[in-house]
Design a protein around this ligand. Structure first.
Ligand code: NAD
Length: 339
């Protein structure tokens, strides 16, 4: 499957990140057109379509998939709908970009991967950190052998505070399925030649202890053992008062590479109260470049008919395996093997 320029993309899910991705396709990419939007929330698809000059707005993904001339879709619905929409889109012959997590169970992951394979369409998953320049350069340094053999790895996500969510409306285990899944992909990608063998997760509600009894978790630390002997730590918290803090680190036999900086830029203010810097406050500011570069690479992969451009459905399944092992570990209170 090799296509001519530009790629015609449909957006399924016009919420927070879907609107941002829609804007990226419509305004920031040169090789892609946003041609249709679908969202069942009354007026959501129409409002975004009007803002981005998109001709077609639907309330149902099936209507969008039936539109002639569509090459690819972006799936940006809540996680529990991802797999069915990925399968539907693949069966309709569309290349698929699916937001993380691609699936919530291994069976779902298999279904999504199998559908893309059977339909011969590319399937890419929204692990955008791989496109952040610091993370990409770290991976290049590792590939070049600059820090020798990895021994310790670290990845952390601290969402910007104060936490304003309603714990009652956040699905159980979100911290693993939706937040730390980014860190799991990052660690797997940085430790590219290794496979995870064991996970130990500890989690609590430290931001909203009042919601602990209902199973809400907003803070977690995970250790992961890999089959090359290396050990990784991933951690997350939902309320960093100082900003949106995403960092990574790999320490090896020959040195160390670090990545990520909560400071918005190298501008540092020195005044009567001391020294200070502005910080990132939201993902769509921090990662505007990474989100755009990832969708550009997806559009290029669709044009080339390239099925290997990661993060693939198989990569998403690997990260999901760790998330599932974390849930098992928290429930049992012990380290567990990664299946
Ligand atoms: N890669 C990242 O950094 C990143 C950042 C934010 C969100 N996400 C992921 O993106 C997904 C969406 O997150 P969000 O914050 O935008 O959620 P959201 O709740 O703001 O938006 C979801 C939208 O999907 C719509 N929707 C629900 N069912 C649908 C269906 N069957 N067909 C079409 N649309 C449907 C809803 O009406 C809503 O408008 C989640 O999986 C989330 O984890 C990823």
């Amino acid at each position: 499957m090799s296509r001519k320029h530009p790629v015609n993309i449909g957006l399924i899910g016009a919420g927070r990140i879907g609107s941002f991705h829609g804007e990226t396709v419509a305004r920031r990419l040169v090789d892609a057109n946003l041609v249709a939007i679908a969202d069942p929330a009354p007026g959501a698809a129409e409002a975004l379509a009007a803002r981005l000059d998109v001709e077609h707005a639907y309330s149902d993904a099936a209507q969008l998939l039936a539109q002639p001339g569509l090459d690819a879709v972006i799936v940006a619905t809540p996680a529990r709908f991802h797999t069915n929409i990925v399968v539907q889109a693949a069966e309709a012959g569309k290349a698929v970009f699916c937001e993380k997590p691609m699936a919530l169970t291994l069976d779902e992951a298999e279904r999504a991967i199998a559908a893309a394979r059977a339909a011969n369409v590319p399937l890419q998953v929204g692990f955008n950190r791989r496109w952040d320049p610091a993370f990409a350069q770290a991976r290049a340094a590792l590939d070049a052998g600059k820090i020798g053999t990895p021994q310790l790895l670290r990845s952390l996500t601290r969402d910007p505070g104060p936490f304003g969510g309603d714990p009652g409306r956040i699905p159980l285990w979100t911290i693993f399925y939706e937040t730390l899944i980014h860190d799991f992909d990052t660690l797997l990608w940085l430790n590219a030649k290794a496979h995870p063998v064991e996970v130990h997760a500890i989690a609590d509600a430290l931001v909203r202890p009042d919601a602990r009894a209902k199973g809400f978790l907003d803070t977690a630390v995970v250790t992961i053992r890999f089959d090359n002997g290396s050990i990784a730590v991933a951690e997350a918290n939902f309320s960093a008062l100082y900003g949106y803090d995403i960092r990574g680190e790999v320490f090896g036999s020959g040195g160390m590479v670090t990545m990520g900086d909560v400071r918005r830029s190298s501008m540092t203010l020195f005044d009567a109260s001391g020294v200070s810097s502005d910080t990132w406050r939201r993902d769509t500011e921090h990662f505007v470049g990474a989100y755009t570069a990832q969708l550009a690479s997806f559009a290029k992969a669709v044009q080339r008919g390239d099925f290997t451009e990661g993060p693939t459905g198989e990569d998403a399944r690997c990260a999901l395996r760790i998330a599932l092992a974390c849930i098992d570990s928290v429930e049992k209170g012990v380290p567990v093997a990664v299946k």
